[in-house]
Write a protein that binds this ligand. Structure first.
Ligand code: FES
Length: 123
């Protein structure tokens, strides 16, 4: 039997502009965690804010998670670069390893979580 995935609304679509991101505190798999919610090339993505190299937040050393081009995510600790679309590292270090993706939806002018592992969040 298919599992019904509850949707949790986060914000109106217009509050997440192209190339921007928001950080959300959320309850994920029963624990407090931090999520990066971002829009890239018009699509919304979400990842746990934890580098694959060490358990550091991508913005631990700088106030952004995008690199200087705005085309990639970058961990400010040692510089691993990730594709926003997959969360996969394209750096030599940890090549191919992926940020943990969180399922999200965008419909009817609203963005939200559609992931049974998420049971709540705050901004
Ligand atoms: S902790 Fe992110 S690149 Fe090392």
């Amino acid at each position: 039997m298919d599992r019904i995935i509850p949707k949790i609304a986060i914000c109106p679509s217009h509050e997440l502009a192209e190339g921007q991101y928001r950080k959300l505190k959320m309850r994920f798999e029963g624990r407090e965690d931090e999520c990066l919610l971002l829009r890239f090339d018009g699509k919304v993505y979400a990842y746990i804010n934890r580098c694959v190299h060490m358990p550091r937040r991508l913005d631990c050393e700088q106030q952004t998670v995008f690199d200087h081009t705005g085309r990639f995510l970058r961990c400010s600790m040692h510089g691993i670069v990730y594709t926003p679309q997959t969360g996969a590292s394209i750096s030599t270090m940890c090549e191919g390893e992926q940020l943990r993706a969180v399922e999200v939806y965008e419909e009817g002018g609203e963005v939200g979580f559609a992931d049974f592992r998420v049971t709540g969040f705050s901004c």
